[in-house]
Design a protein around this ligand. Sequence first.
Ligand SMILES: [Zn+2]
Length: 136
Amino acid sequence: MYHFSRSIYRELAPEIIEDRAEREGPTNHERVLRSCETCVERLATDWHYFAKPTKTLFNDIRVYFPMSSQLRVYKVVDRYMTFARDYFAANPATEQLECRATTRRGTPCQRTPLPHNGYCPSHQHLAETEGVPIAA
Ligand SMILES: [Zn+2]
């Protein structure tokens, strides 16, 4: 799925403002790439609940581009986010397809899980107990 984020990055990279003024931490190029990856990853695993991917990614990365590039950046982001969303909606990540629970018969539950915790609606109680620390 990372070919989406790399494609976005590759199209935008020439316009990224890079100031290498003795600053610690990642470069602007790295920040842009990371934002693209985070957004694509979220689309891949959670597209259902990710309402405005274009706006989210654009807001994350727009500060790394000059004023004159903003419209182009928005268009590139929108083109890829729309494409990626359609792609992931049609091809859900395979590990998301089955509930993480085991049924009483000892076979894996095959119902469709909810993306936020990987359990189907009838196994939601298992996700709740997961967060509870084991008493000493
Ligand atoms: Zn289940």
